[in-house]
Design a binder for this molecule. Structure first.
Ligand code: ADP
Ligand code: MG
Length: 686
């Protein structure tokens, strides 16, 4: 149960004054659902604006306040184009005030023709005209209200304005309770950090590195604590030593020799499973490194020892694919392999549940439905988690540990993670690395192509398909709005379909699962030649005959993600090509990042260098790349503060594993605050 003291923070945003159903949607888009989310919606930056008498005084790129009189409303010809208000200053200079999205109504209301308004925003140039895009303020009175020093600038979504958000933040900050201190007093003093409530308030007032660091530290501490609680819990639980006699493994008729890295990893896993303490191991290996067969070997060890094994996949598509692969590979061993997903219903589902309960199923593959309460196992000895989301790992470990005895756990990831961040993401798991690819892999010929050469790209795809080979076409998720992205992908699909006809299929997140699977199936079977997809194909999908990949707006993706996407090709013996199509405006860093993709195929190197290139300024991953691990701490803060947070968490758990001291109680509050409460739940379970 969440401590009462946090209740005001977890109240819905609707409890704030002025928030009705209309604001819920734009707030929801930003993930602002509760009062605490608003309080933690920290400014992207602060601006100080300069009042200017006329436009000539302002410099390009400068934040200004200027009095302007609208002369004309100009809608754009295309429905999606911007709406412009032309306006004049006192000296007769013209400036466009530009609104994107469906904002013409707002624009007309705020800026009626012929009436003078004070406009605050950034002065830019558009062609040979001056312009202010989405002004932060438009007021009819004086400049006085607009000239606030250090005004916070918040991330917005359609339907929100800066003053609106600032007003909600004010309200949320007023409701902050006083919380007991969870940071070790010495640490607090050394760093000169404010207490939690002050830190939040200060972070909204001005650029305050100490306050921001404290908030980041809180998040890192919460995460470390939760991971350590999982670890401690699994240590406390009794597992079971599983020693296989090898009788099933010798019957595996593999068409290849295992790599040294595979053999080493299997030996490490075998060693762990032979211990009574439950294994907590992470298998890290690039796409195509051959993790599946390592997982299979581990699962057969469990079966040889008379127990069951479960493989948990992040998506239905992947679960199916794993099931097919494992069933085929395991066939000669006689082990019974089955598939359980949310879609199994009625008789079929009952049969599966029965088989798990009476032990006739040895290996079960599925999605999270494997761990629903209604699913009971005769003797689950090993859980393999084929994982893409980092924090999910620890969370699911907690899930898997529901029983009296903990199963051994093997988590697998294809996301290459820089060494300095492994700790943050996986806590203290033991790690096996598949750092050697199976022999005979061809290098993927990677090229960067400018967007305006799209015709050439399509022509290249045409030649490729004509030669009888398959291809992927990836459309990015780039905007805040998922349906806009889907619309863009649909439009691309329609265009490609016009050109290539029935040979094109599409998968994306908003299609019904049956449709998605059917389309995937058509592609996997070779019936369809071109698969247009949003990033849902990112993980695992294995179609060796596909040898060309086109990635649109490649600069928008995280490098780890590009790397994973590219790993979908180059799986067969044919030479493979990856075309990274880049947008018109590419930053220097963007250029370097794409160049790195061209240069190397070593995922671990890509991860390390990407970290260098992006530097500390950028958030750890971005939402669209699905990499975001922390919501408050940025990359620089993770690197600076994580070691201390982790050490601090460890000392606390060593001294007070039950979190019962005064500081322990405070730490519980912290865990709930950051919604790592699954960590707390383990305390009671133990
Ligand atoms: P991952 O899950 O790590 O991305 P997979 O387990 O799907 O990789 O393996 C990719 C492909 O490589 C599969 O077709 C698999 O059969 C093959 N493979 C795995 N290990 C070897 C090996 N040692 N030698 C040759 N091929 C291998
Ligand atoms: Mg895999």
């Amino acid at each position: 149960m969440r401590p009462d003291i946090l209740n005001p923070l977890f109240a819905e945003t609707q409890s704030l004054e002025g928030v009705g159903p209309k604001l819920m949607k734009p707030l929801g888009k930003l993930g602002l659902e509760r009062v605490k989310d608003i309080a933690y919606h920290l400014p992207d930056r602060f601006v100080t604006r300069r009042p200017i008498a006329d436009l000539d005084e302002g410099a390009e790129g400068e934040q200004v306040i200027v009095a302007l009189t609208p002369t004309e409303h100009r809608a754009s010809r295309s429905a999606r184009g911007p709406f412009r208000v032309l306006a004049q200053d006192g000296a007769g200079n013209i400036c466009a005030i530009t609104y994107f999205g469906r904002a013409s109504y707002t624009a007309k209301k705020l800026l009626p023709v012929g009436e003078r308004r004070w406009v605050a925003g950034r002065l830019d140039r558009y062609g040979d005209m001056l312009q202010i895009v989405h002004p932060d303020h438009v007021e009819s009175e004086s400049a006085a209200n607009l000239g606030r020093l250090n005004e916070p600038v918040y991330r917005l979504s359609e339907g929100l304005t800066q003053p609106r958000v600032a007003g909600l933040v004010e309200q949320a900050l007023e409701r902050l309770p006083e919380l007991p201190e969870w940071i070790e007093p010495g640490q607090l003093e050394r760093a000169g950090w404010p207490n939690w409530r002050d830190a939040l308030r200060l972070s909204h007032r001005n650029e305050n590195a100490r306050a921001r660091d404290r908030l980041a530290y809180d998040e890192l501490l919460a995460n470390s604590l939760a991971l350590l609680l999982v670890k401690a819990d699994s240590r406390r639980r009794k597992g079971q030593a599983l020693v296989g006699d090898g009788r099933l493994r010798v019957q595996l008729a593999l068409p290849f020799e295992m790599t040294g890295a595979q053999k080493r990893s299997i030996a490490e896993i075998e060693g762990d499973m032979a211990q009574e303490a439950p294994m907590l191991r992470l298998l890290q290996g690039d796409v195509g490194a051959g993790k599946t067969v390592v997982a299979l070997a581990a699962m057969l060890i469990a079966v040889e020892a008379g127990q069951q094994a479960a493989l948990l996949a992040p998506t239905e598509i992947l679960a199916r694919q794993h099931y097919e692969t494992l069933r085929t590979m395991a066939a000669p061993t006689g082990a019974e392999v089955a598939l359980l997903t949310g879609r199994a219903k009625g008789r079929e589902r009952e049969g599966l549940l029965m088989g798990l309960l009476d032990g006739s199923i040895d290996i079960i593959v599925g999605t999270h439905s494997l761990f629903q309460d209604s699913v009971a196992y005769k003797d689950l000895g090993l859980v393999v988690i084929d994982e893409q989301h980092r924090f999910g790992v620890a969370q699911r470990l907690a899930l898997a540990a529901k029983g009296k005895r903990s199963p051994h756990t093997l988590a697998m990831t294809a996301t290459p993670i820089p060494r300095s961040l492994t700790l943050a993401q996986y806590g203290e798991m033991d790690v096996s690395r598949l750092d050697e690819l199976p022999p005979g892999r061809q290098a993927i010929d990677t090229r960067v192509v400018a967007q305006d050469r799209m015709d050439d790209v399509v022509a290249g795809v045409a030649r490729h398909l004509a030669s009888g080979q398959q291809a992927y076409w990836v459309c990015p998720m780039v905007r805040d709005n998922e349906s806009d992205d889907i619309a863009a992908a649909e439009a691309r699909f329609a265009a490609l379909r016009e050109r290539f006809g029935d040979a094109v299929v599409m998968v994306h997140g908003q299609l019904a699962p049956e449709v998605k699977d059917a389309n995937m199936e058509r592609f996997a079977s070779g019936e369809a030649m071109l698969l247009v997809a949003t990033t849902v194909i990112e993980v695992g999908v294995d179609v060796p005959a596909a040898t060309l990949m086109v990635i649109e707006q490649a600069e928008r993706f995280g490098l780890a993600q590009l790397h994973q996407l590219r790993g979908r090709v180059g799986r067969g013996s044919e030479k493979s090509v990856c075309l990274l199509v880049r947008g018109a405006e590419l930053s220097e860093t963007g250029r370097k990042r794409l160049a790195l993709m061209r240069e190397t195929q070593d995922g671990f190197r890509i991860a390390e260098e990407d970290l260098e290139l992006r530097g500390g300024g950028e958030l750890l991953g971005t939402r669209q790349s699905g990499e975001a691990a922390f919501s408050i701490a940025d990359l620089d803060q993770v690197q600076r503060l994580l070691p201390a947070a982790h050490a601090d968490a460890r000392i606390l758990i060593d001294r007070d594993g039950g979190l019962t001291s005064a500081r322990g109680e405070a730490a519980r509050i912290l865990l709930y605050l950051f919604e790592r409460d699954w960590g707390v739940q383990l305390l009671r379970g133990g």
